[in-house]
Design a protein around this ligand. Structure first.
Ligand SMILES: [Zn+2]
Ligand SMILES: [Zn+2]
Length: 124
């Protein structure tokens, strides 16, 4: 499998039995359906996210990319809990692509994110 953003080779990374694909060039991460949520619950799982955040930020601006599994055009999504995190998701097979550094960010909700969420709830 090749990286949908930079065409680098994706390598399989096993974290406690959950296999994800990581790009050997830009260190973007590909998760099949629900894998990112399953991994988020595992303590220490951010070790799979080894890329340079600067590089991740650069590749974050690349869009119009195709699903590495089924070639469908990926849709840019925003994490509902942490709206500063943009990731790409496949509308057909539900795989997701996180740029380097994004999974770590996704995993650690900051106090600021929490306050924003409480603020949003308060207006309902
Ligand atoms: Zn890549
Ligand atoms: Zn797909």
């Amino acid at each position: 499998m090749n990286c949908p953003k930079c065409t680098g080779a994706m390598k399989q990374v096993d974290f406690q039995g959950i296999i994800v694909e990581r790009c050997s060039q830009c260190y973007g991460l590909w998760f099949d359906e629900f894998e990112q949520d399953r991994l988020k619950e595992h303590k220490g799982s951010e070790v799979i996210d080894q890329g340079d955040v600067t590089l991740g930020t650069k590749y974050n601006t690349v869009d119009q990319i195709q699903c590495p599994r089924c070639t469908t055009l990926l849709t840019r999504m925003v994490d509902l809990r942490q709206p500063h995190i943009w990731y790409e998701s496949c509308p057909v097979c539900y795989g997701t692509f996180f740029d380097a550094g994004e999974f770590t960010d996704f995993k650690h909700e900051t106090l600021g994110d929490l306050f924003r969420r409480i603020g949003l709830k308060g207006r309902d």
